[in-house]
Write a protein that binds this ligand. Structure first.
Ligand SMILES: Cc1cc2nc3c(=O)[nH]c(=O)nc-3n(C[C@H](O)[C@H](O)[C@H](O)COP(=O)(O)OP(=O)(O)OC[C@H]3O[C@@H](n4cnc5c(N)ncnc54)[C@H](O)[C@@H]3O)c2cc1C
Length: 381
């Protein structure tokens, strides 16, 4: 096992850090308060190839390795989780097109996603089925050389801004093995019957788009099946490790942002005639925040290096461990940052209350903390 940041990794971090400081941080609070989608920042991020780092060069992307993609996510979230999410999730779901799509799908959609013209969304969760993906009920029925999709998708990132959707459906009822019988479809979002409703009452990452999507007799040609009929769940499994390590990187980024803010404040705030960092209760708290976040970062990079090495079993294990540890740490660190700020941490004059709200999602999506513990315990017991 080993990971090393190359000069190229360090250069990517520097470029994204500068982008975050110049373009994202100054408008982060405004976008959070308004819940507004950062279109202009997305256009600028496209110029730096930050929207879908893993799309290969031949399809117009930068073709970054796993560790580079992780660093991009970490730095975007360090600048601001809400805008970082909006920028970093533009290509959400496009891995399925990249790995399993037919050539026409890749040529049509991947360049547009990479250059910012189009956004993608990944429609898996439903109102009644989240953690248990195999339980999904959205149906795709064959009708001549078309399929007709009906169902309800819930909590879909980019749901109201996406131009193309990767929709997971049931194509065969198979009570004995519900995992077999799921198929992925490519659905342009301007297809009749694709009806998103934006969700606006989120706790955090408020600049990021979220929607519920009704699929009402959505017709797509048979050629829009991504990969193999009935094999969609197994295809999806290929992306669990990269998705989870990406969320771990989000968590590391927001934790680092909270630490940065706490350090600045501890250096300037005076109480009882000295700056508060002089109180060991404060300095030790920040020491713990830094040590735990560095541990989360190491685990996250280790997961990325296992993905790069295509060591599937270790990638699954480390990605779940990284996602679990980094997300729980991010919420704890953001909470501690508020404590360092005292009353000032509880209002939106400083960003730490926002980090606290934003960090919370990392314990929920891409498999909750409880699901990660199930996966880890299955591997280690
Ligand atoms: C902001 C946001 C963005 C999202 N983006 C997307 C997206 O783009 N695409 C998409 O498809 N989905 C997306 N999701 C959905 C997300 O993946 C689900 O919310 C998540 O998987 C949990 O599912 P659930 O909400 O149905 O909770 P449930 O599965 O109902 O879980 C409720 C509780 O029960 C626990 N639980 C459930 N099953 C088990 C079990 N087997 N063992 C132990 N505990 C269990 C859970 O851990 C949780 O605490 C998003 C959600 C949010 C909030």
């Amino acid at each position: 096992m080993g990971f090393r940041l190359s000069d190229e990794h360090r250069a990517i971090r520097k470029a994204v850090r500068e982008f975050g400081e110049n373009e994202i941080e100054p408008v982060a609070r405004e976008h959070d308060e308004e819940g507004s989608y950062p279109k202009e920042i997305i256009e600028k991020a496209a110029e730096l190839d930050l929207l879908a780092p893993s799309i290969p060069i031949e399809y117009g992307g930068p073709g970054m390795d796993s560790l580079s993609s992780i660093i991009v996510t970490e730095e975007l979230w360090r600048a601001d989780p809400g805008i970082g999410s909006a920028v970093g999730s533009r290509g959400f779901g496009s891995d399925m097109i990249k790995e399993y799509g037919d050539e026409w799908m890749k040529e049509k959609w991947l360049p547009r996603i990479a250059n910012g013209e189009s956004a993608c969304c990944s429609c898996i969760s439903e109102p009644a089925h989240g953690s248990n993906v195999a339980g999904i009920e959205t149906r795709a029925e064959k009708d001549g050389d078309e399929y007709v999709l009906n169902g309800d998708k819930m909590w879909i990132t980019n749901g109201s801004v996406a131009d193309v959707a990767v929709v997971m459906t049931k194509t065969r009822s198979n009570p004995e093995n519900p995992h077999r019988g799921i198929t992925a479809f490519l659905v342009p979002t301007d297809t009749d019957g694709f009806e998103p409703t934006k969700i606006t009452n989120k706790l955090g990452i408020r600049a990021s788009d979220l929607a519920e999507i009704k699929l009402d007799d959505v017709r797509v040609p048979e050629e829009n099946i991504i990969g193999e009929l009935n094999e969609g769940f197994y295809q999806l499994m290929d992306f669990f490790a990269s998705g989870r390590s990406n969320v771990a990187a989000q968590a590391v980024g927001v934790a680092q942002a909270a630490i940065d803010a706490a350090v600045d404040y501890a250096n300037e705030r005076e109480q009882g005639g000295k700056v508060i960092k002089e109180y060991q209760a404060v300095s030790h708290k920040i020491a713990d925040m830094a040590a735990n976040t560095e541990a989360a970062r190491s685990l996250t990079y280790r997961a990325a290096s296992q993905i790069e090495a295509e060591n599937d079993q270790l990638a699954t294990r480390f990605a779940s461990m990284a996602k679990l540890f980094a997300s729980e740490n991010a919420v704890d660190v953001a909470d501690d940052a508020i404590q360092v700020f005292g009353g000032a941490g509880y209002v939106s004059d400083y960003p730490v209350e926002r980090y606290y709200r934003d960090a919370r999602i990392t314990k929920i999506y891409e498999g909750t903390s409880e699901i990660q513990r199930n996966i880890i315990s299955d591997q280690v017991l």
